[in-house]
Design a protein around this ligand. Structure first.
Ligand code: URA
Length: 189
């Protein structure tokens, strides 16, 4: 397998489908191994991501990397990380439904090419878009749902962990469940 996201990325770089293109410094398409079998999807780029063109590079991103590395995953080798929105919403406000709708084709194309075995939704917004519109992170985190031959799981957003460190244990349990699933499915990492 040799997935190449460059044509999807190129389309995204020229995108003006919603007003967010006017305020972006960079699109944040994604980072990682396009041939990976595990895909992480966050919400939208923040300030640092917009400046650097890479997802999860701020304080939250450092925390996410710790959890990933704790179960043998690494953004530079065996997973792919992207967001629902590829452009930063001003002041990091929540994505608007029409922005999600305009941006989702990029994620759909990526998933079609990548065919991941597992998609981890990082935070409520991603889980509500990908798993179900009334997804509740507090109730449903760490649960795997099967859809179209893929397993979907939602967990806490690192920004939520920074706001409330008491959630960190629950979040790491989700990552341990993920580690288990990787083993059960025989995914080589
Ligand atoms: N929050 C997200 O959901 N994604 C990022 O890339 C950065 C912060």
């Amino acid at each position: 397998m040799n997935n190449d996201f460059s044509s999807i990325r190129l389309k995204c770089e020229g995108c003006s489908a919603c007003p967010l293109y006017k305020t972006r410094n960079n699109i944040v398409f994604g980072v990682g191994n396009p041939d990976a079998q595990i895909l992480f999807v966050g919400e939208a780029p923040g300030e640092n991501e917009d400046l650097q063109g890479e997802p999860f590079v701020g304080r939250g991103g450092k925390l996410l990397d710790l959890y990933l590395n704790g179960i043998g995953l690494d953004r530079n080798s065996n997973i792919y990380i992207t967001n629902i929105l590829k452009c930063r919403p001003p002041q990091n406000r929540d994505p608007k439904p029409e922005e999600e709708e305009q941006c989702l084709p990029y994620l759909r194309d990526l998933v079609k090419m990548m065919k991941p075995k597992i998609i981890v939704c990082v935070g409520r917004i991603a889980a509500q878009v990908i798993i179900s519109k009334d997804f509740r992170v507090t109730k449903e985190h760490g649960i795997f749902y099967e859809r179209k031959g893929m397993l979907l799981m939602g967990t806490f957003h690192p920004a939520a962990l920074l706001r409330d460190p008491r959630k960190k244990g629950d979040c790491f349990e989700d990552f341990l469940k993920l580690q288990d699933k990787i083993k059960v499915l025989g995914i080589e990492i």
